[in-house]
Design a protein around this ligand. Sequence first.
Ligand code: FAD
Length: 117
Amino acid sequence: HLGNETLKAELGRAAWKLFHTTMARFPDQPSEEESAALKSYIYLFARLYPCGECASHFQKILKKYPPQTSSRSAAAAWACHVHNEVNKSKGKPVLDCANIEGFYDCGCGDDEMEKKS
Ligand code: FAD
């Protein structure tokens, strides 16, 4: 059946929001296990993204720009960069990644995910 650009764009906005907010909440000083978990999450996100054409396009971008998961700021800057790669391929304006910190707020206050269990 025919694609629907409106729904595809809505999915994209929702997915990017979750993606960037995940980076914004990632620990500043993650353990090796946390860094590995984020890396797996990113590869699985790319593999299972519901729009197949988008998924294969994004997997190519990941090959060129492997996930950076050594810290919150590295992950947020990396995610901004790969989103800009998608923006460029669609002829959209790119975002200045220097301003990414504080842009994505989960609304969860000080309920830090970082607290060790
Ligand atoms: P979006 O690109 O959805 O961005 C939402 C908001 O994020 C923007 O309004 C802005 O506030 C902010 N933003 C913009 N750039 C950045 C940045 N670099 N870093 C952080 N925040 C930013 N669509 C296709 O047609 N073809 C594809 O191949 C394709 N691949 C995709 C792959 C992935 C992994 C995802 C998540 C989406 C993909 N999409 C694809 C959807 C596409 O990227 C857009 O989400 C959709 O076109 C809606 O665009 P938009 O202009 O509303 O803003």
